[in-house]
Design a protein around this ligand. Structure first.
Ligand SMILES: [Zn+2]
Length: 379
């Protein structure tokens, strides 16, 4: 099959017999991923089932993302298709409203546990053997849970899900970057308290433009010298390439990142003409957590070829392919992301990126990496 010359949103669905066979093969092989958000990864059926059991009802938001009255305001969200309509309404609804059904349930220990456990079961169905999932405990405190209790509940859910399915799991704790410095530090301290109990890293997530990485330097500094790794969403949302490159550089230099989520303009290689970001990635053994379909869906790019993932890998950068928020848009699952990169860069590249999340895992010892890689057909 010749490589795809472009990979737009219209191209990510397989059509020809050969493409369908490739997609089916990818769906069937054992996989791993290191960048996805718990609250964007729960199947609609599960969210509605958990809500029903708790007498919680959802409806479409009052306002659209621009603050105008929403045409469907008040309409009940009583079917998985309707919930997926809200989730898929990028450009129509506010992101907070899109995530609100899921996060409104993540307010009690027992619901976080149930949701997380179901999440692990959904990974098993996708043949995912290892995951580092992430969530921001600051969004789980509306009904009185503490940061500590939210993290403990998510870990318990992962533990139960793993026991039931055999899927190996680890947790990354996110700071929602709009929080103030003290809250960021408190979240880092919570993550540190669980560093040997399932939490493997601290992350900085959400709106990048008004909240550059250095705002939370203190929180990230607090993890230096610990066993926690650091990963940062950077180079995803800014309006200019230079700002995106700046945030990647700052995340590496100031926040001492071991992983960078997105880093869309990384093919440009240098920031400010003098800082060689590729060299920083290689020397720091930093993993790139790429999320191609997320970038296409949110409009950061219109063709995934601009990510030049093969060029980055050929130059020694540890490229991982991930699904970010797989339930928040169509064709979001890991297998679809892997299909997109296989069509662009071929099966040798696919084999490499299938194995890379295990090589780059924060939550596995060298021996565990070896054992897991042996179970993965392409590794
Ligand atoms: Zn993300």
């Amino acid at each position: 099959m010749p490589p795809a010359e472009h990979m737009t949103l219209a191209d990510i669905r397989p059509r020809t017999r050969q493409e369908l066979e490739l997609a089916a093969a990818i769906a069937g092989i054992p996989k791993a991923l290191v960048h996805n958000h718990l609250d964007g990864s729960i199947p609609a059926e599960i969210v509605l089932k958990l809500a029903k059991e708790r007498d919680v009802e959802f409806s479409f938001p009052e306002k659209d993302r621009l603050g105008n009255p929403s045409p469907r305001h008040g309409e009940a969200i009583d079917s998985p298709d309707k919930l997926r309509e809200l989730w898929g309404g990028w450009g129509t609804y506010d992101i907070v409203d899109q995530f609100s059904a899921t996060t409104s349930l993540m307010q009690t220990r027992e619901c976080i546990i149930a949701m997380t456990q179901e999440y692990v079961k959904s990974l098993q169905k996708q043949n995912i053997l290892y995951v580092e999932t992430r969530f921001a405990p600051q969004y789980c405190t509306q009904q009185g849970l503490s940061l500590d209790e939210s993290v403990a509940a998510a870990l318990e859910g992962l533990k139960r899900g793993s026991a039931e399915t055999g899927v190996r799991t680890a947790l990354i704790v996110c700071i929602g970057r709009e929080s103030d410095v003290e809250t960021g530090l408190e979240i880092a301290e919570t993550a540190l308290a669980y560093q040997h109990k399932g939490v493997v890293a601290l992350d900085l997530a959400c709106w990048e433009v008004p909240y550059p990485p250095e705002l939370h330097a203190k929180a990230f500094e607090a993890t230096l010298g610990s066993d926690l790794k650091r990963t940062v969403h950077a180079g995803e949302m800014c309006s200019t390439q230079e700002e995106n490159l700046r945030n990647i550089f700052t995340a590496l230099r100031v926040l001492h990142a071991d992983g960078i989520g997105h880093a869309i303009p990384l093919p440009a290689r240098t920031y400010g003409a003098v800082h060689d970001l590729w060299k920083m990635f290689k020397e720091g053994n930093v993993r790139l957590e790429s999320n191609p379909i997320s970038n296409l869906t949110l409009g950061s790019i219109s063709d995934a070829r601009v990510l030049e993932l093969n060029t980055l890998a050929n130059n020694g950068i540890l490229v991982t392919i991930n699904d970010d928020d797989p339930k928040m848009w169509r064709n979001g699952e890991l297998a679809c992301n892997l299909y997109a990169v296989a069509r662009m860069h071929g099966t040798d590249f696919l084999k490499q990126v299938i194995a890379n999340p295990v090589r780059a895992a924060f939550g596995l010892s060298e021996k565990e990496k070896e054992n897991l890689a042996a179970k993965m057909e392409f590794a």
